[in-house]
Design a protein around this ligand. Structure first.
Ligand code: SAM
Length: 399
């Protein structure tokens, strides 16, 4: 990934040479170029600001140096390449983990660090309209900093650590706060019993020493819910059902459910459709969805009447000992609460006796789904899966 930062304080970005980000730069995973905005000012004092039109306190950054800096960036990428421009600002859209993931998919990011009262609005228009850049004004939070540099440090760190190879243990990225809408559980390390200088002894919660993985997972999930409720109740939407499949209303889908199932399919797999055009279901009709209900048994799960999860299963028409599980879907706002894993286990339990293996199919690059399936014991079969751009996975049945 290429990152350009334009600032009047290039030395502010020095921390990007440290730690994991610094190593990623040295390893060639990340190329960070910092530009001094004053190099694009032509007067003796290298002026980049002036008084605001309409009056008011403070100074505003002039359009000319900014436009020249951005024009310069445009000539520094490859033929036809252009960066996505991020402009830090307290009036921007809040920076989130989801946005970090989105930005991590970009090959080239440019950051424009404002100072004073900000950058002349016409610079945004120039970038978007004359240079054809996607421009995002991004806020670090509801407070005011002196300049965009601190925001850039935060955004670059959050984005860069998602790039493949930057963090040694990629699994550690999955269970973090905000990855799935909940905060992380409390963490502990050795010793199990620790006494402070004030002679207070504190033990690590017993369950973490038990070796009982299911109990540990349940404890951690409960801690995540409690911590999120206490510190960030805004993340727990009031309409969200409890985090267990058992709390949802289960039925077998009929023709009348086809439209809702199709809507859920689109909502769940929009990123995959956009990337790979998978299954053609992005363009599937309600009629086609209804027809598929004849070929598979589809189970639906509802919360207060709303379809929030679904899975389907059938015996493989070519091998009656294999139970095929498909369209495992949890509404995007409820993902990351363990419902997907529960749904998969539910799908497996529907297999008739005599089933020798379970079978699944997913996008070859659907890392999140693949992680869930691997964790549940599925192994990817070599070669392409049943649909272009997909892989098949299989697991021996437990009976
Ligand atoms: N007058 C501006 C306003 O009220 O929106 C504030 C300007 S602030 C003093 C100067 C610069 O700091 C901004 O242009 C922006 O680059 C950066 N900045 C300040 N607060 C920020 C925040 N919460 N998130 C991101 N950048 C911020």
């Amino acid at each position: 990934m290429l990152i350009d930062v334009v600032t009047i304080f290039p030395e502010y970005l020095a921390p990007l040479d440290l730690s994991l980000i610094g190593r990623a730069r040295r390893d060639g995973l990340l190329d960070v170029r910092v530009h001094d905005l004053r190099d694009f000012a032509h007067d003796r004092h290298r002026t980049v600001d002036d008084t605001p039109y309409g009056g008011g306190a403070g100074m505003v950054m002039k359009p000319q140096p900014w436009a020249e800096a951005l024009d310069h960036l445009m000539t520094s990428g490859g033929e036809g390449a252009s960066p996505r421009l991020v402009v830090p600002g307290p009036g921007g859209v809040p920076f989130t983990q989801a946005m970090a993931r989105e930005l991590a998919d970009e090959p080239w990011l440019a950051f424009a660090c404002g100072r004073y009262e900000g950058i002349d609005e016409r610079v945004h228009e120039h970038a978007a309209q004359d240079l054809g850049l996607r421009v995002d004004v991004v806020s670090l939070g509801d407070y005011v900093l002196n300049g965009g540099e601190v925001a850039v440090l935060a955004v670059v760190e959050a984005v860069a650590r998602l790039l493949p190879g930057v963090i040694g243990n990629a699994e550690s990225l999955v269970e973090e706060s905000h990855e799935d809408g909940l905060l992380e559980y409390p963490v502990y390390t050795k010793p199990a019993r620790w006494t402070s200088a004030q002679d207070v002894t504190r033990d690590v919660p017993q369950v973490l020493l038990s070796g009982d993985h299911a109990a540990i997972a349940a404890w951690r999930h409960q801690q995540r819910l409690e911590r999120t409720a206490a510190r960030r109740p805004d993340l727990l939407h009031a309409s969200q059902p409890a985090a267990a499949l058992a709390d949802l209303d289960l039925s077998v889908a009929t023709r009348g459910d086809a439209a809702e199932i199709l809507t859920l399919t689109r909502a769940c797999w929009a990123p995959e459709y956009a990337r790979y055009g998978l299954f053609g279901a992005g363009t599937a009709t309600v009629e086609e969805a209804a027809a598929e209900l004849q070929e598979w048994t589809t189970w639906t799960f509802r919360a207060a009447g709303r379809l929030v999860a679904s899975v389907r299963g059938r015996l493989d028409p070519d091998d009656r000992t294999t139970w095929q599980i498909g369209r495992l879907m949890v509404a995007p706002d409820l993902q990351g609460r363990g419902l997907g894993r529960e749904l998969l286990a539910f799908g497996e339990r529907q297999a008739p006796s005599g089933t020798a293996a379970y079978w699944l199919n997913t996008g070859a690059a659907s890392e999140r789904s693949l992680r869930i399936y691997r964790k549940a014991g599925y192994r990817v079969r070599p070669g392409e899966g049943a649909h272009p751009g997909t892989v098949d996975l299989a697991k021996r049945a437990a009976r």
